[in-house]
Design a protein around this ligand. Structure first.
Ligand SMILES: Cc1cc2nc3c(=O)[nH]c(=O)nc-3n(C[C@H](O)[C@H](O)[C@H](O)COP(=O)(O)OP(=O)(O)OC[C@H]3O[C@@H](n4cnc5c(N)ncnc54)[C@H](O)[C@@H]3O)c2cc1C
Length: 124
């Protein structure tokens, strides 16, 4: 529709899918695909349509007379419309060095992870 579009994203390292070694059952990828590869393909596809990719954190988002204003670490962006898709952040348990085990022995998502853990040991 010839709109000018920008994606503001602080990146995979602050997203929970940095732990997803392989996405399974994603349409179009019968053998699965890594989260990083899927993101790269999405970026490539978006760039074909002139989407501007901005690697930055949105620190503040507010309404203005013309639409919205997003304040980022490295700049200010104005838009008539905003689609919010910040994902979710897991609550880390108060266990020493919990971060070292995330994605290996410590999982948060029953739907995503339980299937992949079949046959790796019994929860006793
Ligand atoms: C371990 C694991 C395994 C999974 N396996 C599968 C699977 O096999 N199949 C499947 O279909 N799905 C799977 N999922 C689910 C899938 O990852 C999510 O459904 C999907 O990533 C959600 O997409 P999203 O765009 O809503 O959020 P995200 O992918 O989390 O993207 C949100 C983005 O917003 C950014 N962001 C947040 N706040 C800000 C801010 N203030 N400023 C700038 N950027 C910001 C984040 O950095 C992130 O890059 C899995 C998830 C996990 C954690």
């Amino acid at each position: 529709m010839n709109r000018t579009v920008a994606i503001l994203d602080r990146g995979i390292e602050s997203s929970r899918d940095r732990w997803a070694r392989k996405y399974l059952n994603y349409p179009g990828f019968p053998d699965g695909i890594s989260a990083r590869e899927l993101r790269e393909l999405g970026d490539k596809q978006a760039s074909l349509y002139g989407v501007e990719r901005v690697w930055d954190e949105v620190e503040d988002l507010r309404k203005s007379d013309e639409g919205f204003v997003a304040e980022c670490g490295n700049g200010t962006y104005r838009a008539g419309a905003v689609v919010l898709a910040p994902g979710v952040v897991d609550g880390r348990p108060e266990v020493e060095n919990a971060a070292d085990f995330e994605g290996y022995d410590l999982h948060y998502c029953l739907l995503c992870d339980a299937y992949e853990m079949r046959g790796t040991g019994s929860p006793s």
